[in-house]
Ligand binder design. Structure first.
Ligand code: NDP
Length: 293
């Protein structure tokens, strides 16, 4: 059989918002028979013209295919949409953003209704969906059998990264990475604020900032190595004591530039606390322990 004649898995997709519509288009373009449902029916009209079957209700859409993908606003909307659906024997893939606890509760709820469950945390925005090499991917966790069975179909819209049997893990990875992203944005906001009133072109400053962040990012591998081994001095490049000694200069510069230190001060405070506990020869890794205590 050539690739063109291999039968493509039929997919039911509930939810045609910005993300759901992007997902739908990639499955249609790849030749997967697709049945869609959306609470507001008008959003399905363009997809019908592109070859999707449109179900009148979520119940009907779920009845058509064994692989059911849900991409709705939030966990409450998943509960609403699937309230009357017969999930027995279905493979439910939930791509609706939620907390790890919601993902686990929904997994239990799905199991009680006789279905297998996989949760997906989407690390992409709609324009990245279906674009090879866009860098977008989806974290999956939950039933490993379900993941293996549908891996190729799930890989059509975006890359797949399976992170474990615990249905909450994909959501946890998703939130962890996005939280780190906001920390990076917070640092960048502080940096731009420092130059804001000066005769420095933000457009000239931006590439310097971006390159610096990229150069510093691999430090997370050293952090992981230290967390695994339990020795936070292992491979240390800049000791905590040295770094804490530098923080008054950062805070004074902020004051002189008329910039609030509110984004960076909490981190500096944690560094000082760890130093006070005797972590001077360590890397910055001890801050993590202060957070989880
Ligand atoms: P949209 O706001 O564009 O669409 C929301 C969808 O949820 C619509 O189909 C809407 O239906 C439906 N919906 C809302 N409430 C209910 C309900 N009570 N019952 C049934 N359907 C309901 O969101 P997106 O498509 O952008 O996002 C979908 C999921 O993907 C979210 O969980 C989001 O966090 C996640 N995601 C989105 C990203 C993005 O950049 N857009 C990035 C990563 C993840 P209706 O048309 O009737 O309003």
């Amino acid at each position: 059989m050539t690739q063109n004649t291999v039968e493509k898995t039929s997919v039911t997709l509930l939810g045609l918002g910005a993300m759901g519509t992007a997902l739908a288009r990639t499955w249609l373009a790849a030749g997967h028979p697709l049945t869609v449902w959306n609470r507001t029916p008008a959003r399905a009209t363009p997809l019908a013209a592109e070859g999707a079957k449109v179900a009148d209700s979520a119940v009907e859409a779920v009845a058509v295919n064994s692989l059911v993908v849900v991409c709705l606003l939030d966990d409450a909307s998943v509960q609403d949409a699937l309230a009357d659906a017969d999930l027995a024997g279905r493979d439910l893939v939930n791509l609706t953003t939620g907390t790890p606890a919601q993902a686990r509760e929904r997994a239990e709820w799905t199991r009680e209704r006789g279905a297998r469950y996989l949760y997906g945390g989407i690390m992409a925005v709609p324009p990245m969906i279906g674009v090879p090499d866009s860098g977008g991917y989806v974290f999956y966790s939950g039933s490993p059998e379900l993941f293996e069975r549908h891996r190729d179909t799930l890989a059509v819209p975006a890359g797949t990264v399976y992170v474990g049997r615990d249905a909450g893990f994909a959501a946890l990875h998703d939130v962890a990475l996005l939280s780190a992203m906001y920390g990076m944005f917070a640092g960048a906001a502080h940096a731009f604020a420092l130059i804001r009133k000066e005769d420095i072109d933000p457009a000239s400053f931006a590439p310097l900032l971006a390159d610096w962040l990229v150069a510093m990012a691999p430090a997370v591998h050293r952090t992981a190595d230290q967390l695994r081994g339990g020795d936070y001095t292992r491979g240390v490049v800049s000791t905590l004591a040295m770094q804490v000694a530098g923080t008054p200069a950062f805070l004074s510069t902020a004051e002189q530039q008329g910039v609030s230190p509110e984004l960076v001060s909490p981190y500096f405070e944690l560094m000082r606390r760890r130093l006070a506990e005797g972590g001077g020869e360590e890397d910055l890794t001890g801050v993590i322990d202060l957070l989880v205590r």
